[in-house]
Design a protein around this ligand. Structure first.
Ligand SMILES: Cc1cc2nc3c(=O)[nH]c(=O)nc-3n(C[C@H](O)[C@H](O)[C@H](O)COP(=O)(O)O)c2cc1C
Length: 198
């Protein structure tokens, strides 16, 4: 089985973001399970607001597009902003909606509640773009689940983040490989992947 390439997308605009720290832990755990990973930090990248009729030649858009096309699976991380994903993450999803078919998405959210509405929104947007979602997400509490150095301090939360990494690697590889087989299975015309044949 080919190595799975996982792109972690951090949607926080905060310098010392908790969701970014948790995402880094997930990506590290995914590497331990044989994946290649890359973290796309929207705070550092500063993508322009998506404009359907606007110029598409910004360097940040090109860098993000390269990372998206490289990836075989994704982990999206967002803070909870008024029960919603961050504007930065939504803007990222507006830019790159055509590239998600056949790819698995995992979710994590920094929230004072459980981040359920945030992860539902991310899942809805990804479904509209024909990505495959893991059926759960991991919520972290920015004030309670980290120590003074910013490391995850609650074992139960760390276990869930490691589970997210494991499941993204395993299910991400399965879906990617089946999608690739379906793309070339010309004797199977009625598959979801068939519409993506060139
Ligand atoms: C504009 C704004 C709106 C927020 N709304 C909520 C909210 O509705 N529910 C909640 O639990 N936390 C809310 N928060 C708190 C953040 O989700 C929380 O601080 C989170 O840990 C930030 O994640 P980060 O460290 O990755 O940026 C809000 C924070 C901001 C700045």
């Amino acid at each position: 089985m080919a190595t799975l390439k996982i792109l972690g997308v951090s949607g926080s605009m905060r310098e010392h973001s908790r969701s970014r720290r948790a995402l880094a832990l997930v990506l590290e755990a995914a590497r331990e399970r044989g994946a290649e990973t890359h973290l796309l930090d929207l705070h550092a990248l500063d993508l322009p607001m998506y404009r359907p009729d606007g110029a598409k030649d910004a360097a940040s858009v090109a860098a993000a597009a390269e990372a998206v096309n490289w990836a075989g699976a994704f982990v999206l991380a967002s803070p909870d902003y008024h029960g919603s994903m961050s504007g930065a993450l939504k803007n990222f999803l507006d830019h790159f909606w055509t590239e998600f078919a056949g790819k698995v998405f995992g979710y994590l959210c920094a929230s004072h509640e459980k981040g359920l509405t945030v992860m539902d929104q991310m899942r809805t947007a990804v479904r509209q773009c024909y990505g495959w979602s893991l059926p759960y997400g991991v919520a972290i509490h920015g004030d309670e689940d980290f120590d003074a150095e910013g490391n995850v301090s609650r074992p139960a939360v760390e276990r869930r983040l490691r589970m997210l990494a494991r499941d993204t690697v395993v299910y991400g590889s399965l879906i990617r490989d089946q999608f690739a087989r379906d793309l070339v299975a010309l004797d199977e015309p009625h598959t979801f992947a068939a519409r993506y044949r060139k």
